[in-house]
Design a protein around this ligand. Structure first.
Ligand SMILES: Cc1cc2nc3c(=O)[nH]c(=O)nc-3n(C[C@H](O)[C@H](O)[C@H](O)COP(=O)(O)OP(=O)(O)OC[C@H]3O[C@@H](n4cnc5c(N)ncnc54)[C@H](O)[C@@H]3O)c2cc1C
Length: 430
């Protein structure tokens, strides 16, 4: 049991009604729906705590240890915040590891690096430990994907874990939140894993679940497409998997939906059946298969501001920009994908306000669920941008916890200065 585990009577904590879930009036492209989560009854009083249950009191709780979340947690931990990282799967990295999309990009644009910091450190260290090769960012590639970095997904997961531990981040695998309640000090988050329950009392939440699941639990509005981009199941037929050197094969899983365990189960069954069919038809040996479908598109938050495709393609420098993003507009459909490269010299930015759910306090989001319209999201959902957002969210949350305020109230200069100290590139300064 953690040193700080303590039994706490839930009556000690003020329970406030959850923040205004208004916002449904927002004008969004016609195929985008705004949802405020399924109507559920108030969580039932459970017999908590019982043997094996614990309570943690932390500054920052990061939920989702994927591409953005692992970086957010390392940043918060390195900034001195007591940090707990909750991940429902068995390893860190999310889509980069469990999904098998082990080719993060893009860290560079137009001949120079535009995203660095903790995400880049993790990618670079993975490649170096694996004896691999890093792209030369001083050269503008013919095709955008030439500068994606091939990482060994297994080493990446191991190093992410090591860096979390070195930063003092406590990791809790196989757990996810069930109920989130606002308190006078921040939040009470009741989580379950198999055979255990955990109550987390924290000042700040960082939602890095990919689908803004904590925002959904709070019944704050989210954006949802009627038809989402296909997911993909990654595998290898005929020859051995060569991690860090070659990409896996991928097949589209149409209708893939990361919303809940039932929809993820359905996507996995569909993807695996298709792979089985390929094995039978091709008479090739199945040499590798990822355990879970990779999801390109999930729910996105309704934030304090929205990144539109015009902001994205014009490279708008937001006045509260915290990191860059760089990738073509890249919308996958039933008939495939035709990436639309950005115009020469364009480097989009991500504002802090797009990471903050509208009308909320003490919660910040990072990763592909950033507030953006569908086309902007198709470009800025890639891994380097998610890592940049994760680091920015980790810095903002750690400072907010330290200053006893909410991320939006932390002076931007303080966030920039902390990010700079941890190797990040600040838009407008590069
Ligand atoms: C097939 C495919 C190809 C792609 N190609 C590229 C590419 O070439 N280059 C590139 O850079 N990007 C690519 N992307 C995009 C990129 O990989 C993802 O958009 C990005 O990794 C998303 O990062 P994230 O942190 O938002 O989510 P994720 O990395 O998916 O992390 C979310 C994490 O949260 C966890 N989680 C979810 N819900 C809960 C919960 N309730 N409680 C606890 N934990 C939870 C999940 O288990 C996961 O670990 C691709 C994506 C796909 C699917």
């Amino acid at each position: 049991m953690n040193d700080d585990a303590q039994q706490t009577d839930r009556r000690d904590f003020l329970q406030h009604s959850i923040l205004g879930a208004a916002g449904a009036g927002l004008a969004i492209a016609s195929a985008t729906n705004v949802t405020v989560g399924a109507e559920t009854e108030q969580p039932q009083e459970s017999a908590f705590p019982t043997d094996g249950d614990i309570t943690n009191k932390v500054d920052v709780l990061v939920i989702g240890g994927g591409t953005a979340g692992a970086i957010a947690a390392i940043q918060a931990g390195r900034a001195g915040a007591k940090t707990l990282l909750l991940e429902r799967n068995s390893q860190l990295g999310g889509t980069a590891t469990t999904g098998g999309v082990a080719f993060p990009g893009l860290f560079d644009a137009w001949g120079k690096q535009v995203i660095a910091g903790i995400g880049w450190e993790l990618v670079r260290d993975s490649v170096e430990l694996d004896g691999g090769t890093l792209p030369d960012f001083s050269k503008v590639p013919q095709r955008h994907w030439h500068n994606q970095v091939h990482v060994n997904q297994f080493l990446y997961a191991l190093l992410a874990e090591e860096k979390c531990e070195a930063a003092g981040v406590q990791i809790a695998y196989y757990e996810f939140p069930q109920a989130v309640t606002q308190t006078a000090q921040g939040w009470q988050v009741d989580c379950v894993g198999f055979g255990t329950q955990r109550r987390v009392l924290c000042k700040q939440i960082i939602d890095c679940t990919g689908g803004a699941e904590v925002v959904g639990l709070l019944k704050l509005p989210r954006l949802r497409e009627q038809e989402r981009q296909p997911g993909s199941m990654l595998f290898q037929l005929g020859k051995a998997n060569n991690p860090g050197r070659a990409q896996l094969h991928a097949l589209y899983v149409h209708g893939a939906d990361s919303t809940n365990s039932r929809t993820v189960t359905a996507a996995n069954l569909t993807g695996r059946q298709a792979i089985l069919k390929k094995v039978r038809n091709g008479k090739s040996r199945l040499m590798h298969m990822q355990p879970e479908t990779g999801f390109r598109e999930s729910d996105r938050i309704v934030g304090e501001t929205m990144i539109t495709v015009n902001d994205y393609t014009s490279g708008r420098l937001f006045d509260d920009a915290v990191c860059h993003a760089f990738y073509p507009v890249d919308l996958h459909t039933k008939s495939g994908v035709r990436p639309k490269p950005l115009k020469a010299g364009t480097v989009p930015t991500i504002p802090l306000r797009a990471l903050i759910p509208k009308n909320s306090r003490n919660i910040i989001v990072a990763g592909r669920s950033v507030c953006s319209d569908r086309l902007a999201n198709s470009g800025l959902r890639v891994q380097a941008s998610c890592m940049g957002m994760g680091q920015a969210a980790g810095a903002a949350a750690a400072l907010a916890a330290k200053n006893g305020t909410t991320p939006l109230k932390v002076p931007l200069t303080e966030i920039h200065s902390l990010l700079r100290e941890h190797g990040a590139i600040i838009p407008g300064e590069a």
